[in-house]
Write a protein of this length. Sequence first.
Length: 395
Amino acid sequence: MKRKLMMDKLSKIVVYFASIFVLFVGSDIIDDSGYVMYCPCMGRFGNQADHFLGSLGFAKGLNRTLILPAWVEYRYGQPRSIQVPFDVYFNVEKLSEFHKVITMEKFMKNIAPVIWPSDKRIAFCYTARGNTESEGIEKSCSAKEGNPFGPFWDTYNIDFVGSEFYGPLHYDIHHSDMAKRWGQNYPPKEWPVLAFTGAPASFPVQLENRDLHKYLMWSENIQKQAKLFIENKLPKGAFVGLHLRNGIDWVRACEHVNHSPSLFSAPQCLGYRNERGKATHEMCFPSKETIIKQVKRHLRKLTDKATSIFVASDSNHMISELQEALKRQEVSVHRLEPGNPHVDLAILGQANLFIGNCISSFSAFVKRERDARGLPSAFWGFPAEKNSNTRHEEL
């Protein structure tokens, strides 16, 4: 009898500590409200950042913890995408000031084995992807088909056992009862993880989610690299940051600007309803003359005299052209070598003035960061000149 009582008592103790383990797995508390997971599978960093802010707002609206995905990168000569952990570039604690977050790595290690075992992993998409139905194959999200989809999920050893088509639900939780409908259709107890094949967000970032950028703070390592460059490579004094988007892919994209008034990130300067005009080719791919003219104009307007120019570019930094044109202004022109787009962004965020590309999501990242800190920014070719008989400025 005593032995039986002892065994019962022991089993209760085991159950108690097991429950503690489940609730505080690896020091990460399991969120009974559920989780949002997604693959940032559209575009490069600028696009992924727009999508991240929307996903953060979406997760907040559903009151689910956002699983911070790795950033998807494409390295020259490598056939598969590379996944860089979220916290390599950004501070996770700062995001926690706004909403519940956890890195993908921590979730898969500590939480997934408990609430999202391999036989319960369902991929979410609006509708079936590919032409599976006509081929007599069961409709599917085809979540791992192609690059970067396959490599992204493979990084975390995630395979899906089924697909869930959530249409006609959508991601805009600001203008309807959409958050409530998501909760009704997918209660957390039955669906602890909503794993989307793409970001649950729009591009460009929805206006209501734009200000969330203030919670997106660079990691200590990125901040340190930017600070060292500014202190050691730039002369003392104010500096102007420029973003020049001029690679061949961009040149081709700008050919469509006249037919796409809201191309890419154009709403950042033109407004979400084009209330401040329409996109022009000069905004998208400014001429050398426009660039030099605007730089000179802004140098004259700066309260603190600038001693240098910092240029970030995907192709041609125009270092020699700018140096030649700005001899009289006595400013030096610099770039980051070797190149690092994230450090570029962090440096541009620190400039006394930033001039960027209205259409580019890379520039949009800088503009949002600077807006959050009350720093001035401008755009190439904006506002558009009303006529061609503008005052001549020495080049």
